[in-house]
Design a protein around this ligand. Structure first.
Ligand code: KG4
Ligand code: ZN
Length: 340
């Protein structure tokens, strides 16, 4: 007898991406993301505009996800959605939609923590040779979060380090803004960094205790540096763009590397799994692969479509919760700040 097939529709709307996915057990049948372009004009996410865009996008995105998966609503076993953390107005669109669908179809509702989703994305069925095993250190790096998490089981997660101010993605994006690059500047810094000298302009690293991070001082250091240099030479940025980007990236990669090494030393865990939009950064990927060789780490880097915000990661987390019959009731609400 073939094992039971569970179909889960997952919805993610925590920030500025409206996403829906359909999973058959741990396999992704469709993974649709509508990225909201409107925020580019403002140099950052405008919460009010984000929730309005989610409202417009959610029906077509879910529709497309079901069509691409060749699944009808009636075949679904459950609806999973992101409960938080995220922007309240954005989350509410996903929560309300998921509740209505679950009520209308008479199927269970599953609330998912977005951060757990980033980490459990590694368990989506894939063609990689090696499989992620517990325990591991999950490193979530994005525009909204920077955390090191000790993961001992699917839902046994302990945050052992996190940022006390800005997220690493903000450090990329705000430095990029300082040098006149459009939002989100992280991918552009990455692109230009490849052409520059990482040691051209040394920036000091913050001195934060333990496994926590701080990026606000770095952001200010870049701002003062650029103000000083452009006062002397108005063409400083144009003439040194690649070196500036390489130096910014080099510093941020090293801040991350130092803390991961410290976490490995303190926990004795050498398996590292990264997640979040910033894990697309080539400097971070190279650093991790280098540490894998140098210190015998076992590094897991997700496929690109599962690094940035997506609903497949919400679906896989929903699947594990489904197996445990861990369902939400219709009184469930979104929470902007959600802990594990
Ligand atoms: O996970 P994500 O899509 O959304 C949040 O939850 O924030 O991450 C978006 C962040 C942005 O800050 C963006 O600049 C950054 O990820 N990012 C990168 C790269 N690709 C995306 N940062 C550095 N290098 C990249 N290649
Ligand atoms: Zn995220």
């Amino acid at each position: 007898m073939s094992p039971e097939k569970i179909y889960i529709l997952a919805i993610e709307s925590s920030c500025d991406d409206t996403a829906a996915a359909v999973l058959e057990n741990d396999s992704v049948l469709s993974n649709v993301v509508a990225t909201q372009k409107i925020h580019e004009e403002y140099g950052g996410v405008v919460p009010e505009l984000a929730s309005r865009a989610h409202q417009q996008n959610i029906v077509p995105v879910v529709d497309t996800a079901l069509k691409q998966a060749k699944i009808t609503k009636e075949q679904l076993n459950a609806v999973a959605f992101t409960k938080g953390p995220g922007l309240m107005g954005s989350l509410l669109v996903g929560v309300s939609f998921a509740k209505s669908l679950s009520l209308g179809l008479g199927i269970p509702l599953i609330d998912v923590n977005h951060m757990q989703g980033h980490l459990l994305a590694h368990f989506i069925k894939n063609d990689q040779e090696k499989e992620l095993e517990f325990p591991f250190l999950g490193v979530t790096i994005s525009g909204g979060h920077t955390q090191i998490v000790k993961v001992t089981d699917h839902f046994e997660m302990e945050i052992i380090g996190e940022t006390i101010d800005d997220a690493i993605g903000e450090a990329f994006d705000k430095s990029a803004k300082t040098i006149g690059l459009p939002y989100p500047g992280g991918p552009l810094i990455d692109k230009y960094a490849k052409l520059g000298n990482p040691k051209a302009f040394p920036f000091s690293k913050p001195n934060v205790k333990g496994l926590n991070f701080s990026f606000s001082g770095f952001k200010t250091a870049v701002l003062y540096f650029i103000q000083r240099e452009t006062k002397e030479n108005p063409n400083f940025i144009e003439e040194n763009l690649y070196d500036i980007c390489a130096s910014i990236q080099y510093t941020l990669v090293n801040i991350l590397k130092d803390k991961i090494r410290k976490a490995v030393k303190e926990t004795g865990i050498k398996t590292i799994a990264i997640g979040g939009g910033v894990s697309a950064n080539s400097g971070i990927r190279e650093m991790l692969l280098d540490c894998q060789k140098r210190y015998q780490w076992n590094v897991f880097i997700p496929k690109f479509e599962y690094t940035t915000d997506n609903a497949a990661m919400i679906g896989i987390t929903g699947y594990f919760k489904y197996l445990q019959k861990d369902f939400a009731d219709l009184n469930v609400t979104a929470t902007a700040r959600t802990h594990f």
